[in-house]
Design a protein around this ligand. Structure first.
Ligand SMILES: C[S@@+](CC[C@H](N)C(=O)[O-])C[C@H]1O[C@@H](n2cnc3c(N)ncnc32)[C@H](O)[C@@H]1O
Length: 246
């Protein structure tokens, strides 16, 4: 029997693969000082929730990059359903290779994805390809307060040991060659609606699955949600709105 892929089982048919919301992506996009971009890259686009927002709003081709073909297949279907297939271009590749494929970017967007190659490394790597005065909008999981409940600290010690505070990430962005002109923290609702409220019952239904990898992923997901519930706002997802320094 074929081993089930835990990611496919847990995230089946979900548009959102990380906290976020179309209205918030749009809000952040509209808060940029410029609204016309020629080369737009959506790094780690997943099933393309935000890709559809970008294509719809900008009316320009969006280069959607992800290393997992099944997610790109879902994006392809959704782009078609939304009448945007002429604007969404899919690329199954590693986001670290973006500069060699797209050497002159006007807007690089990455929601809930940069951490895969490390936030600092992602910003430094992409800076090479972003035009002077071009933009990067990158969201990242961050510490929001100094007081962190013990259970939360313990979870992230192994869950995301590289997590930084907002001022630390701003320093990282400046060091990587960007000017920062704004940050935006996702509200709690963006974690729950169509994300944890879908994942939680699914994960509960998979904790006794016959496949150990599926069981482990389900348990890990429930621990993540429980950590969020006791987080006391100590961490969150933050958008960094950046402009490449000239
Ligand atoms: C948490 S999901 C976020 C997806 C989407 N941006 C969203 O918010 O719904 C992270 C995505 O990054 C992709 N990914 C992970 N490592 C990658 C890499 N090195 N290069 C390209 N994509 C990668 C995964 O396949 C996944 O689709």
């Amino acid at each position: 029997m074929k081993t089930p892929n835990p990611v496919d089982l847990l995230f089946a048919d979900m548009d959102k693969l990380s906290p976020g919301d179309d209205s918030l992506s749009l809000y952040v996009l509209r808060s940029l000082p410029q609204h016309h971009f020629e080369v737009v890259v959506d790094a780690g686009c997943g099933a393309g929730r935000q890709t559809i927002v970008l294509a719809n709003e900008l009316g320009t081709p969006i280069q959607a990059v992800d290393s997992y073909q099944p997610f790109l297949n879902r994006l392809k279907r959704r782009a078609k359903e939304n009448g945007l297939d002429h604007l969404v271009r899919m690329h199954c590749m590693d986001m670290k290779d973006i500069p060699s494929v797209f050497p002159t970017i006007d807007l690089l967007w990455a929601e809930g994805a940069a951490y895969n190659i490390g936030f600092a490394n992602a910003l430094t790597t992409w800076a090479k390809a972003i035009k002077p005065d071009g933009f990067a909008v990158v969201s990242e999981l961050c510490w929001l307060r100094e007081q962190i409940p013990d259970a939360v600290r313990k979870f992230f010690r192994s869950g995301y040991p590289d997590m930084q505070s907002v001022p630390q990430n701003i320093a990282v962005a400046e060091e990587a060659g960007y000017k920062i002109f704004n940050t935006y923290t996702l509200p709690k609702e963006a974690w729950m609606k169509d994300y944890y409220d879908v994942l939680e019952p699914r994960a509960k239904s998979l904790v006794n699955h016959s496949d150990v990898a599926v069981r482990d992923f389900a348990i890990e997901t429930l621990e993540e949600i429980e950590t969020f519930n006791v987080s006391e706002d100590s961490y969150g997802y933050v958008f960094y709105l950046l402009q490449r320094s000239t």
